[in-house]
Design a protein around this ligand. Sequence first.
Ligand code: AMP
Length: 282
Amino acid sequence: MIIAQTVAEVRAQIRQWKKEGCSIGLVPTMGYLHEGHASLAKQSVISCDKTVASVFVNPIQFGPSEDLLSYPRDFQHDCALLEEIGVDLIFHPSPEEMYAPDFCTYVEMEHLTTQLCGKSRPGHFRGVCTVVSKLFHIIQPDKAFFGEKDAQQLAVIRRMVRDLSFDIEIVGCPIVREADGLAKSSRNTYLNAEERQAALILSQSILLGKKLVEQGERNGQALINALKAHIETEPLARVDYVDVVDGITMQPIEHLQGKILVAIAVFIGKTRLIDNFSVTLS
Ligand code: AMP
């Protein structure tokens, strides 16, 4: 497995692989990898000749009061995990390699980013779209793998690929959970024992939401109210948002119809966690 820290090294290797006729899969991550990331990498290794995983804590997608400095990192563990899966190259650039001191070109998306995480984390998707565009240009993958855990991010990337004519297939991968239901996340490491227990309120709310929709609930606001009320039963939890949006446009919907996304963001103590489910209703 190759570990590359510069754009030039990656480009040279990609050129070589393309000359050999290899298809290339890309798995973008911020590191501190867990089985959720591993599922994306495994999917890429199965379906592409060569897999590149990027490990880069992207500073421009963090807000000023967010956890950029404390974001967990363990590059040695990440390398061991990716090597075991059969990843061919890890791209691990420094922030300086990705962003020149006078960097001033960004990819900004309208509409799909006005709700959910786009609303509560201003500038977040500008940072995500910019770094993912750069990774797409550097690695030129045939396929790129993203988790449904970050459902709005997946919708935003699909739209960016369409709007900016990237010749890349975006593959969405299901949410990987702990045995007790909590969605795996690098940020789960921030939780103390009491908070870890309290964090189950997220997956429980997702299950409740699924059950209410199955039982015929079609009113968006009623669903939001029910989930908020459930989350508020947990004293350590504070709702950031509970939203019901169209699965493509990411805009709020009153009546549940077609592909919908039910997404929640909840602070457990100081840790902000997200979860969601999608469903297509006739
Ligand atoms: P991150 O390192 O948090 O930026 O995540 C990198 C990629 O892994 C993103 O596409 C995430 O959606 C995906 N991912 C993170 N956690 C999970 C999970 N529990 N299940 C599936 N995919 C995940």
